[in-house]
Write a protein that binds this ligand. Structure first.
Ligand code: GAR
Length: 209
């Protein structure tokens, strides 16, 4: 039985999508806990409604990133995690945190990496006039939004799209690929080779929606 700890900062819809599919398909996983960096994160309410232990570790109460991350590491280790899922966790993690969970720390980013790392991805995609946009699930390494890519979903940018419309379609795509990537991980199907991730047996790592 795999044990998953999820870190969130806000509404937690990706976390919810993963939990719902796991419940529907009877995945052999335990959602050991959800941790937010502030108590107002809405996703904590969903966790509690499902009986999943939910915690807030207020980053503002810590004097440094190192101190906040040390508290996070301690809590995640106490909960016991084979996999740490970043689902809209909007804090930059220290190298020490990333090394501690190396190979079992994954993130979803709302763009087709390596395009548009960082923030405001939908605004930047519209400004750049790209025809395709999307989302990426990747292992986390020390460079921000740079780790080996597990899977991606691409969607067309439509004439007349504004940030909200584009963000809504990307989010729907995220809800398809994040559960898929988590399931691959718990099934032991992911191999990291250099900066690439191989899925074994092979399965499409890009979904075009
Ligand atoms: C998602 O769009 C996710 O890709 C993004 O935050 C949103 C969280 O939504 N993550 C990042 O921007 C990470 N840098 P959710 O709380 O509803 O899952």
């Amino acid at each position: 039985m795999h044990s998953i700890v999820t870190l969130i900062s806000g509404r937690g819809s990706n976390f919810e999508a993963i939990v719902k599919i796991a419940q529907k398909d009877h995945w052999p996983v335990k959602f050991a806990g959800v941790i937010a960096n502030h108590s107002a994160a809405k996703g904590l309410d969903f966790a509690r409604s499902q009986g999943i232990p939910a915690f807030a570790i207020e980053h503002r109460e810590h004097p440094s990133r190192e101190s906040f991350d040390a508290a996070l590491i301690a809590k995640i280790d106490e909960l016991g995690a084979d996999l740490v899922v970043l689902a809209g966790f909007m804090r930059i993690l220290t190298p020490g945190f990333i090394r501690h969970f190396e190979g079992r720390l994954i993130n979803i980013h709302p763009a087709l990496l390596p395009a548009f790392p960082g923030l405001h991805t939908h605004e930047r995609a519209l400004e750049a006039g790209v025809q395709e946009h999307g989302a990426t699930v990747h292992f986390v390494t020390e460079g921000v939004d740079e780790g080996p890519i597990i899977c991606q979903a691409s969607i067309p940018v439509l004439a007349g799209d504004d940030v909200d419309a584009l963000a809504a379609r990307v989010l729907a795509a995220e809800h398809q690929i994040y559960p898929r990537a988590v399931k691959w991980f718990i099934d032991g199907r992911l191999r990291i080779e250099g900066n690439q991730v191989k899925v074994q047996p092979p399965e499409a790592q890009l979904i075009k929606l």
